[in-house]
Design a protein. Structure first.
Length: 300
């Protein structure tokens, strides 16, 4: 990525941070009274500008996103807690009746909440979004790749929509530690995902190829096993990458479930801003079994 950002790039970066802060605000107050004015104020933008930018980045309006996140939370509870009462979920999500909740739920997920409860089999619960919003999805090029063992050094954290905004800080700290330890700033990077949950939470390691045999605190060593991987290359179009990455998630989630991947990783080119591609790796050949997961030794 370029060391110098243009004024336009600085503005886009500032809004991306504000957008993630807005997502965090929504999740912190998800089951409270929320409206466009309050969310825009939390992001530091006027309602009109915020509404336009939010829809362009997220692929749906602010209040559609709020309703969707409430329904996603309800869906996760239905799968995890078979005894949860639908009328209580309906009221928590802001619906005046169980019937209205069931109709909205069915539109969002393609099946009624009662049927989801009876048929829950670990498959991803994917919410449908309004067609035509969020811009064009990236081109996804699928391949099978035999990857060598990768030894990485990185920083880890637990993330959800409530603190996605902190991901940028994790990367900044990792880059600073890499430079201080003698690593190159202009090396390719890797993002490793563990323990994904239906509500969008996951453990994440921001990492680079190991540049030293020891893992200086607070970095940890992550060894990704050699083996066959299903790889999706995101070929990004011009414009913001975030809505394109969002649009690709349904395809990747279905593939994740199909191959039974318990962990996964992404590879980002050194000149990420210019290259405009991401490779997303899902392990094959039983690598999802616990003994085939990455060997990790924290030094914190």
């Amino acid at each position: 990525m370029s060391e110098q950002l243009s004024a336009h790039e600085e503005k886009r970066l500032a809004y991306a941070q504000a957008h993630l802060a807005a997502l965090a605000f929504i999740d912190r107050h998800l089951f409270e009274r929320l409206d466009l004015e309050g969310v825009a104020r939390a992001a530091g933008y006027s309602m009109g500008e915020f509404a336009r930018r939010f829809a362009r980045l997220q692929g749906e309006s602010v209040m559609a996103y709020v309703r969707g996140r409430r329904l996603e939370t309800a869906a996760a509870r239905i799968v995890a807690e078979p005894e949860a009462r639908l009328i209580e979920l309906a009221i928590a999500c802001g619906f005046t009746s169980q019937a209205a909740f069931s109709r909205a739920f069915t539109r969002a997920f393609g099946e009624a909440p009662g049927r989801l409860r009876r048929s829950a089999d670990g498959a991803p619960v994917l919410r449908r979004r309004c067609a035509g919003q969020g811009g064009e999805a990236p081109e996804l090029v699928e391949r099978i790749e035999q990857s060598p063992e990768l030894v990485l050094l990185g920083l880890s954290g637990r993330f959800s929509p409530a603190n996605y905004v902190e991901l940028a800080g994790l990367w900044e700290r990792q880059v600073a530690l890499r430079q201080a330890g003698g690593g190159s700033r202009r090396d390719e990077s890797f993002g490793v995902f563990f323990d994904r949950e239906p509500g969008g939470a996951f453990e994440f390691v921001a990492a680079s190829r190991a540049w030293t045999d020891a893992a200086p605190a607070p970095l940890e060593r992550v060894t990704l096993p050699a083996g066959r991987y299903l790889v999706f290359r995101h070929l990004m179009h011009e414009g913001s990458m975030l809505p394109q990455m969002n649009a690709a998630q349904a395809t990747i989630a279905r593939a994740r479930h199909r191959v039974g991947a318990a962990w996964e990783f992404e590879r980002y080119p050194a000149a990420f801003g210019q290259a405009r591609w991401i490779d997303h790796y899902l392990p094959l050949d039983g690598a999802a079994r616990p003994e085939r997961c990455p060997t990790r030794s924290s030094v914190r």
